[in-house]
Design a protein around this ligand. Structure first.
Ligand code: C5P
Length: 232
């Protein structure tokens, strides 16, 4: 890493979150006195490593401009895209004049408000000299089944299976190229998969289990519980 290498955060926040059955996208639901996305952005800002945070927001989103954090001097708003990968690409494009190809980008879901500064620093410190980059991930404690319909076809060797979390940390140029080449490929559900398709081998860094993604209504109560337990 050269002394001028910068770190950028990209936050895809243009999803609707259908599984929440709520009256608004899940990132705007209330959690411990703030919206989910405010928690997420304040946690990224408080890590004090990012030159800026590019946030991808749907063009029909009336909630974002109402939040104070949307006008924070380190927050850049970009238009959201059809799929998560399109939103990430749009956010990367929004910083193209200020980011260098060698800079690091940490992509983090808006819907993961319990991210700790400790995990951000662990990811950065582990991967900063890596050729490719990598992701926070969790091993599985449950036995995992390969299922078709309701029938078990087999049991997976869980020692090789990890659950992909965010942030996912890659070089600006490499990530943008991989996402551009993979445009329209629905198998690209995270940044690492875009690089894997290019034949690259991202690393995993074991993250904390409290870095949950708000997906179902009960996840809000769980996130609130985890926040009350966090002291770093
Ligand atoms: O739906 P899911 O929980 O997998 O979404 C992960 C993240 O990607 C969320 O923060 C969501 O707002 C974002 N997203 C996006 N653009 C889309 C779809 C999802 O920014 N078209």
């Amino acid at each position: 890493m050269t002394p001028t290498t910068k770190f950028w955060a990209v936050v895809p926040a243009a999803g609707v979150g259908k599984r929440m059955n709520a009256d608004r996208p899940k990132q705007y639901l209330e959690l411990a006195g703030k919206t989910v996305i405010e928690h997420t952005l304040l946690r990224l800002l408080s890590a004090e490593v990012f030159a800026a945070i590019a946030v991808a927001i749907s063009s029909e989103d009336p909630y974002w401009p109402e939040l104070e954090v949307s006008s924070h001097h380190q927050v850049i708003t970009a238009p959201g895209g059809k799929e998560r990968a399109d939103s990430v690409l749009s956010a990367l494009s929004a910083i193209r004049d200020v980011a260098a190809d060698e800079d690091w980008v940490l992509v983090h879901d808006a819907a993961r408000p319990c991210l700790t500064a400790a995990d951000i620093h662990l990811l950065i410190n582990t991967l900063v000299n890596d050729e490719v980059g990598g992701i926070l991930a969790l091993s599985s404690h449950d036995t995992l089944k390969n299922v078709q319909g309701q029938t078990i076809l087999g049991t997976l060797d869980r020692s090789h299976i990890w659950r992909a979390l965010t942030p996912q940390m890659f070089r600006y140029g490499m990530l943008k190229n991989a996402l551009e080449s993979g445009q329209g490929n629905l198998a690209i559900t995270d940044e690492a998969s875009a690089l894997e398709i290019q034949g690259l081998q991202p690393k995993i860094v074991e993250g904390r289990p409290d870095n949950i993604k708000i997906t179902r209504p009960e996840d809000l109560a769980l996130a609130q519980f985890y926040m009350g337990q966090q002291h770093d």
